[in-house]
Design a protein. Structure first.
Length: 78
């Protein structure tokens, strides 16, 4: 059985955010760079439910973990 593959737009949709390329770029630009010692899920701009989702996916190395890691890297670039 294969794990489902998720895309960055589908992650943004799952988080209730604009999932089009312009919306994703705007979000990343507005919220980056994150401090090196700040966990992605601890960033101030997430709602409680978004924080819980991000934490759970990473801790459990779940279906969304790879694309959550991608977002994490995007938010840490200058």
């Amino acid at each position: 059985m294969q794990s489902p593959e998720h895309s960055l737009p589908s992650l943004f949709k799952q988080l209730g955010l604009a999932d089009d390329p312009a919306g994703i770029e705007q979000f990343v630009t507005a919220h980056s760079p994150l401090k090196a010692d700040l966990e992605l899920a601890d960033a101030f701009f997430w709602t409680d439910s978004q924080k819980a989702f991000l934490r759970e996916e990473i801790l459990e190395d779940a279906d969304w973990a790879e694309v959550v890691d991608e977002l994490n890297l995007m938010l840490r670039r200058n």
